[in-house]
Design a binder for this molecule. Sequence first.
Ligand SMILES: *Cc1c(COP(=O)(O)O)cnc(C)c1O
Length: 369
Amino acid sequence: MDDAAFVPVPSILPQDGRFGSGPTRIRPEQISALAHAPLGTSHRARPVIELVGQVRTQLAELLKVPEGYEIALGNGGASLMWEALTFSLVRERAAHAVCGEFGGKFAALTDAAPHLGESIIHRAEPGQWVGVNGADDADTLAFAHNETSTGMLSPLDPVGEHDADQLVVVDATSIAGAVSVDLAGIDVYYFSAQKALGSDGGLWFAALSPAAIERIERVTRERWVPPMLNLATALNNSRKDQTYNTPAIATLALLAGQLDYLIERGGLAAAEAHCRGLSESLYIWAEGHDRAAPFVAEPRHRSPVVATIDLFEVDADEVRAELAARAGIVDIAPYRSLGRNQIRIGCYPSVDAADVAALIEWLDWALAR
Ligand SMILES: *Cc1c(COP(=O)(O)O)cnc(C)c1O
């Protein structure tokens, strides 16, 4: 008789079995509302201008951006933002904290850019945290708020003492909209919409401080910058509630619906309580299971939105295949290049607590086999 006989198949299924870390599930109500979105309309026409204006206002409200900050947006997602920052914001040299793939990609870009000096790169082992240092001889200090590839949460103020002309630039792609933030002291807080914000891909958004705006205006005057990567051009268009070229209108419409939902439900504090509830239940489960453990050892650095959990004595690929076939649970693979025997679970505002509870029952079942 094998062990499986002692573990009954769970009687509950998740209502929605998608637990991706990005792209993430989109609520059905947002998708229904798309029927009324100005799809197929010029971005110079009023309905799209109004939609862009609405999203900018909602983001400023949700993120409680300090006085003088502005919300800019453009096409290309967070990856384009790395290139835009490399051309339009870094003056001579950037310093980076790298805790995984995404932080590493931005660091590699500024390091390779022929118009910039060699980058200063602080690199952590996967699952560990490292900060960026204000003492570094750099005009731009960059880190990811949530490193999606490893499930590493960074404190938002790791920089310490630094000069006013050292700008702090934060990749918040997978956490913006899910946790409370104080953006005072952060000069660029940028993100895409297909992760914590539960919309689709294709666009980048950024909250820019007055110092960042001044830097962008100066750098783009002094250096030739390709128009798509020119943040002064993006900001000028954003101020008119437009974009430099045709935006992903469906992404904007899905995002407007989600921002309404987040604001109505109590803003970032409520979103954070929800996401922490989900991820804590997974971390507590993993700590109590002898075949599982949270990947990030230090509890302070465990992501509230991307729970990475190592598995032991079982093959994570087989566990995932079994959960997909039997319970419709999908998108829980670890980041591909991390190469660990792991599952990675998106714990975002649109993910239901009951679905995570069901997932845990199915994990218990699979790990007992
Ligand atoms: C997904 C992700 C990106 C890349 O986002 P795109 O919109 O695909 O360009 C960048 N940084 C982080 C932290 C991410 O999670």
